[in-house]
Design a protein around this ligand. Structure first.
Ligand code: UDP
Length: 388
């Protein structure tokens, strides 16, 4: 008996036997085609899938345990904090008041972080911690120094502790459509969530779509495929602040920026890493379109709740144009499966990435962190009080 997960429509939850019947038997005439490998991967993913318990941001709880595990044995000492204090901005919570170093490298990012900290400060014990507001994580496992640094995104090569990015509230990338930064996930979530729900799958344009700047060349094969097969893919580079010439948009004029709402018109959407993880992922999953997620190295705190072939189509980061074309053709030829995966992805984000899940994650994370501290922090007079 399989536990029914409310994040996934019942019809896509199947027992092992049903999986075999539905996936392999249903498409048995394809046994010798190039698609059988994808069908088997879906089948296997469904067998292994264990729905998470959705209460109190529990779907993401394994991530904070994983990130804090390294501090479990010896705890977090003052010496460890001193090792890494130059890696980010210092915060203190003393007597349920929030304090911060007067200098924040990216002020709007600090505001985005503090929005959540101020919501929970009355529940938290005294503590101090270092928050990295750069895109890039700081504590590479190969470096000689070590200590607890909070970063929004990392790969397995880093010891950083992941926290929910500032951009859930403020300070995301500023583009012409979102001049003050993408920010305000609550607004995007409600708008895109409604749109995702009301746009019928069959009314979506049966094409793959991507708009974004060339923050990472892993995006090139899709843009090149789009130039060869505009009937199948519309993927174009936009300008970012670093744009100097058409070389930065792969030798083509930059395309106009497109809102997230416009993305939802398309059946297939692509997510790629940028400098670190891209904020795009959560937004496009809410379109209830099928998301192709390229590369699995760069993570945010909520990524591990999303499972390949269940919530999205995984794509290797070194996929060629030909690989992408074959995967897209697979999706086009298996419309029902594509629709199910799109719905699963939508449900996971809609149900488990509410504003209250973000606050919940911060609260649990900082309580766990504080329980590992081996000293009682004293008020640092060089810090300033942060208020609503
Ligand atoms: N973006 C957008 N429409 C566009 C181009 C970008 O909504 O036409 C969003 C994109 O989804 C991402 C942010 O702007 O969340 C920055 O995108 P970019 O590709 O420049 O950088 P990334 O952060 O993905 O590396």
């Amino acid at each position: 008996i399989i536990k029914v997960d409310s994040t996934i429509p019942n019809k896509s939850i199947q027992s092992n036997e049903e999986c075999v019947t539905n996936i392999v038997n249903k498409y048995s005439k394809e046994a010798n085609t190039k698609y059988i490998k994808y069908l088997k991967l879906i089948d296997q993913a469904r067998r292994n899938y264990k729905p998470c318990n959705e209460n109190r941001c529990n779907c993401h709880a394994g991530v904070m345990s994983h990130d804090l595990k390294i501090f479990k044995e010896k705890g977090i000492s003052e010496k460890l904090i001193n090792n890494i204090k130059s890696k980010g901005t210092k915060y203190q919570i003393i007597n349920h008041k929030l304090y911060r170093d007067p200098n924040c490298m990216f002020p709007s990012r600090c505001v985005g972080i503090e929005h959540f900290l101020l919501e929970i400060v009355s529940d938290l014990p005294d503590m101090e911690f270092i928050v990295n507001t750069r895109d890039w994580p700081q504590i590479n496992k190969k470096y000689g120094f070590f200590g607890p640094v909070f970063s929004f995104s990392k790969t397995d090569e880093y010891f950083d502790i992941m926290y929910p990015a500032w951009a859930f509230w403020e300070g995301g990338p500023a583009i012409s459509l979102y001049p003050r930064g993408i920010g305000r996930w609550d607004n995007h979530r409600s708008k895109l969530g409604k749109l995702g729900n009301f746009t019928k799958w069959d009314d979506k344009i049966p094409k793959a779509f991507f708009r974004g700047s060339r923050t990472c060349s892993e995006r090139d094969p899709l843009v090149l495929l789009s130039r060869e097969h505009p009937d199948m893919v519309d993927a174009q580079y936009t300008k970012n602040q670093a744009w100097k010439s058409e070389e930065d948009t792969l030798n083509a004029p930059p395309a106009k920026e497109v809102s997230f709402e416009e993305h939802c018109k398309y059946k297939y959407l692509f997510n790629f890493r940028g400098v670190a993880a891209s904020f795009r992922f959560k937004h496009i999953l809410l379109c209830k379109s099928l998301v192709f997620h390229v590369g699995n190295e760069w993570q945010e705190f909520f990524y591990s709740a999303l499972k390949p072939w269940i919530h999205y189509i995984p794509v290797n980061s070194d996929a060629t144009k030909e690989d992408l074309k074959e995967l897209l053709e697979f999706a086009i030829n298996h419309d029902e499966l594509a629709k199910e995966i799109a719905e699963n992805g939508y449900n996971m984000i809609w149900n488990n990435l509410k504003m209250k899940d973000i606050t919940c994650y911060w609260r649990k994370l900082l309580k766990k962190y504080a329980s590992l501290m081996t000293y009682k922090p004293k008020r640092d007079q060089s810090l300033i009080r942060i208020k609503q």
